[in-house]
Design a protein around this ligand. Structure first.
Ligand SMILES: Cc1cc2nc3c(=O)[nH]c(=O)nc-3n(C[C@H](O)[C@H](O)[C@H](O)COP(=O)(O)OP(=O)(O)OC[C@H]3O[C@@H](n4cnc5c(N)ncnc54)[C@H](O)[C@@H]3O)c2cc1C
Length: 242
């Protein structure tokens, strides 16, 4: 060991505030924003929608339709196959970890490129995550956290602590589903890659009837994702770019 490093990382973006800021900016430039409205069906020239508060349904017409519905994208456009991957974080209290002046990157035993991160927050809580587990079947609005995810994270964390954190010390857990694009040909076979090995790059796909889907990617690459989707829309539908 030649040394170590201390870094200041793990500051989470406020994703809800980011989305609101973008929607407000779009509105200021003339976009009409509809919230709590579900797209039921998409075509290249519009969508069938339902107001989830009133149940009222209607049609929207548009020159271009872009499907940016994340892990749910495959439910709106045929041929888009998503392989959701569950990422679980634990919530601990800092006093269960002793003095923790910095975060930790804990290598997952037996893996060369995976780590469990320990991220102290400003309010005395510590996030520990995360898992990368394939999820089959219907996509839930809010994914459940199974005990196996909690056990995995506690085991990896315990591998570097003198006094392991116990199950009772876990005050909470939450999970999200990564919208990874399934690029394996044909039906799933035993050869399907682990979700941890699937690319995090985004893809822009145009369906035969002209609906554009942007899927995958990262929060940190959202501008590039948007640019690529708009470029595809301009090219496919011969829009004039302002
Ligand atoms: C556990 C986890 C950890 C991650 N870590 C990172 C990270 O460290 N750094 C990073 O950059 N990225 C990270 N990501 C990735 C990042 O969160 C996603 O890439 C990003 O949220 C994708 O954005 P999106 O707009 O494509 O989809 P989403 O954020 O999923 O947005 C899709 C939206 O479409 C809506 N929607 C779905 N269906 C319909 C419908 N029928 N009608 C109307 N609306 C609909 C949904 O309600 C949702 O609001 C992580 C993701 C997960 C799950």
């Amino acid at each position: 060991l030649r040394g170590g490093l201390l870094s200041w990382d793990g500051r989470l973006t406020d994703d809800a505030r980011l989305v609101t800021a973008i929607a407000r900016t779009a509105a200021a430039r003339g976009a009409r924003i509809l919230t709590r409205v579900r797209a039921l069906r998409l075509t290249a020239s519009g969508a069938r929608i339902r107001d989830e508060l009133t149940g009222e349904e209607g049609e929207i017409r548009a020159r271009v339709v872009i499907n940016a519905s994340g892990v749910w994208a495959g439910g709106l456009v045929d041929g888009i196959r998503i392989r959701p991957s569950r990422g679980t974080h634990l919530v601990l209290r800092a006093d269960h970890l002793g003095p923790l002046p910095a975060g930790l990157h804990v290598p997952v035993p037996g893996e060369t490129n995976r780590f469990v991160l320990v991220l102290p927050q400003g309010d005395g809580r510590v996030y520990v995550g995360l898992t990368d587990e394939p999820v089959d079947g219907d996509i839930p609005d809010v994914p459940e956290v199974p005990e196996t995810d909690i056990g995995f994270l506690l085991d990896v964390l315990g591998s570097v602590l003198d006094i392991p954190v116990q199950r009772d010390d876990v005050v909470g857990a939450f999970a999200g589903l990564r919208p990874l694009l399934d690029t394996t040909p044909g039906e799933h076979s035993g050869a399907a890659p682990r979700t941890a090995d699937i690319s995090r790059r985004h893809a822009v796909l145009t369906s035969p009837d002209g609906v554009i889907t942007v899927v995958g990617g990262k929060l940190t690459t959202y501008r590039r994702m948007a640019e690529d989707a708009v470029d595809a829309a301009v090219a496919t539908h011969r829009l004039t770019a302002g």
